[in-house]
Design a protein around this ligand. Structure first.
Ligand SMILES: [Zn+2]
Length: 143
């Protein structure tokens, strides 16, 4: 049985960048926001000023519904670093949200059993507080 996360040493927090400060501020409020390109009308992840689809700088922010679908996943049985070794098995995933934006994340609140996890399943965002500055968005099966 996997140890409860609160009994484990913390995972390394993401290093925030000026381009993503707004994103992390909204995550602290348990809101998921995406960058959006006004030229090609695509949302994208990770947050950056230049659209990866058309390279426009005419971008803004949109609030995600937090609803998405599981694009792909992998059940991790060997942690890449000591802090992750005690967490296995866990589910590394890519979730697709508004207009095809894909977020690398973890799938949580489901057993890491490939018979239970389905590509395309509906998922919803949940936030895990890492420290005073970072609430990390993760996804669970939609209720
Ligand atoms: Zn664009």
């Amino acid at each position: 049985m996997t140890q409860p996360a609160q009994d484990l040493p913390p995972i390394p927090a993401p290093l925030t960048q000026p381009e993503s400060d707004f994103y992390w501020e909204k995550c602290k409020a348990n809101e998921l926001w995406l960058r959006h390109c006004k030229s090609c009308d695509q949302a994208y992840f990770y947050p950056r000023d230049i659209c990866p689809n058309c390279f426009s700088r005419d971008t803004d922010w949109i609030q995600s519904s937090g609803q998405g679908t599981l694009h792909t996943f992998s059940i991790v049985h060997r942690g890449p670093t000591p802090v992750f070794r005690d967490r296995v098995p866990y589910i590394a995933a890519i979730v697709e949200v508004e207009s095809g934006a894909r977020i690398p994340t973890n799938l949580v609140e489901i057993e890491p059993d490939p018979a239970l996890i389905k590509i395309g399943m509906a998922v919803e965002v949940v936030f895990q507080q890492l420290d005073d500055n970072i609430n990390l968005p993760m996804f669970r099966p939609a209720s």
